[in-house]
Design a protein around this ligand. Structure first.
Ligand SMILES: C[S@@+](CC[C@H](N)C(=O)[O-])C[C@H]1O[C@@H](n2cnc3c(N)ncnc32)[C@H](O)[C@@H]1O
Length: 285
């Protein structure tokens, strides 16, 4: 487990994932009844972007300037993106950053907690001991948040179905190994068996090395309505060229909101290589 999200925090992939996550949480909150948010790969909860340049053994080029950095000064955001960006700004300011650049970037657990109502609940899973230690500290003493320093692929068995009977699950693995899609598939199977009506969001990279299309086709989604929202920002170079989020059992209107998000981000985050966003249903409504 060499992956450290700190190097990637606030990059284009986080921006897409977190902007969609904010919409999904807001949609869950259209109903008064509380829900459970499960984050199978939670990370440390909050990232200091100044640390992003410090690698284990050598300096790294931070990725946030091509992600959240591109949105920071913009005033033309549609409401679906502005809602996310405002939340990131508030978190950054709340940690005391008064400079003109972003410094503190909240991960998915902090984003979910910032939006959670008293009746909502968070179950956060993180396997890396150091990351999980930081996550524990980040949420120390906070009500209705449980942190598990364990394999997140066991989370769905442990947490579903919840007493609330409503759940939003984020599966956001590092994709360090070729077997990641197999783990996702068996975890989704388990989740579907336990709670076919939950909303699942699965982040995945787009790269030549790991062709997502074949894997998406192989996921048994039990005929549940599902779409993918993806963003390709670069057609050349090493690493990933884009990423997507699979949403199973999306809330009402989530596809339209996702389309607004990917269209805006494709234009705002373009690296001069004709970035593209798309939303397509893989199991129709
Ligand atoms: C992409 S990052 C998560 C980012 C986070 N969800 C966010 O949006 O802010 C993936 C995380 O998964 C952790 N991880 C790797 N394998 C895991 C496993 N089997 N179970 C739980 N966490 C794992 C890594 O340490 C890393 O912190």
């Amino acid at each position: 487990m060499n992956y450290r999200h700190a190097y990637h925090a606030g990059n284009f992939a986080d921006v897409l994932k977190h902007a969609l996550l904010v919409r999904l949480i807001r949609s869950m909150q259209r109903k008064e009844k509380g829900f459970l948010f499960v984050d199978t790969h939670a990370g440390r909860g909050l990232y200091d972007l100044e640390q992003a340049a410090l690698g284990d053994t050598q300096e790294r080029t931070p990725e946030w300037p091509d992600g959240i950095g591109r949105l920071w000064g913009r005033t033309d955001m549609p409401a679906e993106v502005a809602d996310y960006a405002d939340l990131i700004r508030a978190a950054d300011l709340g940690r005391g950053n008064l400079t003109r650049e972003p410094r503190f970037y909240p991960g998915s657990p902090r984003i979910a907690k910032a939006l959670a109502r008293p009746q909502d609940r968070l179950e956060l899973w993180e396997k890396h001991p150091e990351e999980c230690g930081a996550l524990r500290e980040e949420f120390h003493g906070e009500r209705r948040v449980s942190v598990h320093c364990a394999d997140g692929y066991g989370a769905l068995r442990a947490c579903l179905p919840p007493a609330e009977r409503r759940a939003l699950v984020l599966i956001d693995p590092p994709f360090e190994s070729a077997s990641e899609w197999d783990h996702i598939a068996s975890s989704m199977d388990e989740g579907m068996r336990r709670m076919a009506g939950a909303t699942y969001a699965v982040w995945y990279p787009i790269s030549d090395r790991v062709p997502a299309g074949a894997y998406l086709d192989s996921l048994r989604l039990a005929g549940k309505p599902s779409f993918v929202a993806d963003l390709t920002v670069s057609h050349a170079g090493p690493g990933i060229s884009g990423c997507g989020v699979l949403v199973v059992n999306p809330p009402w209107k989530a596809d339209g909101e996702a389309r607004v998000i990917v269209d805006y981000l494709a234009a705002a985050l373009d690296r001069g290589q004709q970035a593209q966003g798309s939303v397509r249903w893989i199991v129709p409504k």
